[in-house]
Each structure stands twice: as C-alpha cells, then as structure tokens.
Design a protein. Structure first.
Lengths: 141, 294
C-alpha cells in the first residue's frame, strides 16, 4: 500500500481538512462515488451530502454543502461552501432550517410580503438541512 | 497671545484627542489583521474555482460562451456595485473611491451614449449612499443586511445573486464592480472590474484539458460552477475593500496621533516660555517695588 490519496476540503472561509486517506466516498450529483488511489483525473459536481474517507481503517464522516470535487494526481480537492464534522453541526439551527424549508415548500407559493418563493432555493435548503441532520446522526456518541 | 491658562487647556485637549486617535489606530490594526487573514484564507477556494472555470471553458470551447451570463445583456443601462465604508475617519479612502467613480462615469457615459442616471448603483457602505444620494445618482439598492463589517461568504453569495438577477432581467448591458484593491499597507487603489457578462477566461493551458472525466458532464458542472465563481469574486472584492478601509484608517489615525504629539510639544514650549516670562516680570516688579521703598 504505497500509494495514498490526499484529501483537501476547501471552503471560502478556510481549509477544513487536509489529510491523507486510503479512500474517499462523496455525494456526486448522480449518486455516491468512491475514489481510490490512482483514480483517473476527474471533475465532479457534488450535491449536499455526506463525505466519507478512510484512513488506516478508520472511517470519518463530514457534511459537505454541495460543490465540486477535483481528482488529480492522487489528490482529491473538494470545493464546497461548507464542510462540517458531525460534532460541529448545529442541530437546532439545521432543524430550524428544515422546518422553514418544509413550510415554504408546503405552503402557498408566495411569502408574507407577496413575493414569489424561489422553489429551487427552498428545495436546496431542504436538502442541505436533511443531510446536515443525518450527518449529525452518523457522528453518534 | 494666549494666556497661560488657555495654553494649559489646549495642551490637555490635544492630549485627549491623541488618546482617542491612538485607541482607534490600535483597533484598526487588529481589525485589519482579521480581514487580511480572511482574505488570505479565501484564496485557495477562489483560485481552485477559477482554475476549474478556465479548465471547463477550455473543454466546452465556444459552447461555454453561448451561456446567457457570457453574452452582453440586452439592456442599455449599466449596473454597478460600489463598495465604500460605513464609517468615516479613514483618510482619503472614500473620496478616492468617489473621484475614481466620477471620472469613470463621465467617460463611460460618453462612450455608451447614455445618461449618468442610466447607471444604477448597488451600494454597499453608508458613505457611498450619502454621496450618491446627494448628487442625484440612481441608487437601485442600498445593501445593509448584513452590515459590511460582518459579511461572510453566504452574504457575498446573496449579493452575487442580486446582481445576476438584475443582469438576467434584461435591463442592463453590463454589471461592474468598483471596490478598493488592497495592494500593500499603504497602497489601496480604487479598482473597476467587469462582473457580467463573464469575460471569456484567458487561454487555458492545453495539457490541463484532454482526458479528464467529467461527472456528470461539462455543461452541468459549468452551470453549477459559474455562480460559485461569481460569488468568490464578490467575496474577494468585499474583503479587500474592508482590508483597505482599515489599513487606510490605521494610517490616518497614526498620522493624527503623530500630529497630536508634535502639537503637544509645540504647545508645551510656548507654555513654558510664557510661564517663565511671567515669573521674570513678577520678579522685576518685586525688585522694583523694594527699591522704591528704600
């Protein structure tokens, strides 16, 4: 096992993770995708979901809020607007966001001020909230 | 000529002002460092996104340029995001910005054959709002939420979306940004950048193209990528402006503190001279009086 991957999770605010990994699994638009060392160069779009990586047999999970993954020369760069470990996820806030998004999707198509609700945005928000909560659950403990 | 008492009061008030300017200088130094750190921290993300845009534009070729955000807008007007500061006491930071804006708008309007009121401003910072409002420029939106000081990436993304929506509404031919680029601790330059339509990226390096798997496909990724790219540009403009603002404030507060120190020294000299003169005068009076009694 000479070769290893380097996983870098980069957000606009900081670099969340920069770690060696033996494998990475990430939420591509069309479903989860695994990357092992010597993977061919690739650029993939990601949806909000759970990023998992294994290092020395230990699996670590992390929430990513969609974005992109670039695989090149055994380096996986994940560009996302947010990357959070389960213990860093603010459960109350995510639950709030979830309720808000549900309300928006269920209710009338306009806000109180009579502006149309952007359904795509509401749906994205819903997806993010659901994935945040389920990542939080994966952290267990 | 001021009296001894007046001089004493002035020395004291100069000292008070000096205390304040020094405190502001120190606050600015800390804040400056904070914004600078954030600007540095945002760089890897912005660079990677820009690389991907360039790369995919290379893969897509001319197809990339067919996207609506790459085409000049259908409208006649120009939209501009201007980033100033909320507070004053930051030297020439805002006036430099407005000066650059004034000279730009004159040539721009001549070139395009439009009126000055055909340039709609999206304003960040209270100072710009005051300036533009007083002079009859057209303000499309004054962005206050969140305050400039507490911007984060999500806020920058919202601004980007506002601008993109304005552009796609078909009212504008182009969208520009005017912000203050931070070049060094003592150099900040008002800078114009083209925001929309997205400029065709410079020639991508040839070897980066070729055998890269694109998941699901180039168009989809590109469609997701361009908005992120625009967000990073706004975020960067905001952070750099804030850094410049605090660098400028620190600089002018330092000058004010130094000037106060000088003034204190001069006043102290005057005060001492006057005091000694008075003592001499009084002594002469006493000696003269004693002579007369003899």
């Amino acid at each position: 096992m000479a070769e290893e991957l380097t996983l870098r999770v980069i957000t606009p605010e900081r670099i969340v993770a920069d770690t060696p990994a033996s494998s990475v699994r990430m939420p591509a638009l069309d479903g989860d995708m695994g990357v092992y060392p010597k993977h061919a160069a690739m650029v993939a779009a990601l949806k909000p979901g759970v990023l998992r990586y294994k290092e020395a047999g230990v699996e670590t999970v992390m929430f990513v809020a969609g974005g992109f993954a670039e695989v090149r020369d055994n380096t996986v760069r994940v560009l996302t607007s947010a990357g959070e470990a389960p213990e860093d996820i603010d459960e109350a806030r995510a639950q709030e966001a979830l309720d808000r998004a549900r309300q928006r999707l269920a209710g009338s198509r306009v806000t109180d001020r009579g502006e149309p609700i952007d359904m795509i945005r509401a749906e994205n928000a819903l997806q993010r909230a659901v994935m945040r909560l389920s990542t939080r659950g994966l952290g267990g403990r | 000529m001021a009296s001894v008492k007046e001089l004493r009061l002035r020395i004291k008030s100069v000292g008070n002002i000096k205390q304040i300017t020094r405190a502001m200088e120190m606050v600015s130094t800390t804040k400056l460092r904070r914004f600078q750190d954030r600007a540095v921290a945002s760089r890897p993300y912005a660079e990677e996104i820009a690389n991907l845009v360039q790369h995919l534009a290379g893969v897509l070729g001319d197809a990339a340029l067919d996207q609506p955000l790459f085409q000049p807008g259908t409208g006649k007007k120009t939209a501009m995001l201007i980033v100033s500061s909320d507070r004053g006491l930051c030297g020439a930071y805002n006036s430099n910005l407005f000066q650059a804006m004034e000279s730009w708008i004159t040539t721009h309007c001549e070139e395009k054959g439009i009126e000055k009121t055909d340039v709609d401003f999206f304003v960040y910072g209270r100072k710009a709002k005051q300036y533009l409002g007083k002079r009859g420029f057209s303000i499309a939106q004054y962005i206050t939420e969140p305050a400039l000081e507490s911007i984060d990436f999500a806020a920058a993304a919202r601004v980007a979306r506002t601008l993109v929506d304005a552009f796609t509404s078909g009212e504008y031919a182009e969208v520009k940004i005017l912000y203050t680029a931070f070049e060094s601790m003592v150099r900040f330059t008002p800078t114009f950048v083209d925001f929309l339509p997205v400029a065709p990226p410079a020639e991508g390096d040839a070897d980066a193209g070729g055998d890269v798997i694109l998941e699901p496909d180039a168009e989809t990724i590109f469609g997701h990528l361009v908005p992120r790219y625009l967000e990073t540009r706004i975020y960067n403009a905001l952070l750099e402006s804030l850094t410049s603002e605090y660098a400028s404030r620190r600089f002018s507060m330092k000058n004010a503190t130094d000037a106060a120190t000088d003034m204190q020294k001069t006043l102290k000299g005057q005060y001492n001279r006057l005091r000694q003169e008075n003592i001499t005068k009084e002594l002469l009076d006493i000696v003269g009086g004693a002579e007369a009694i003899k």
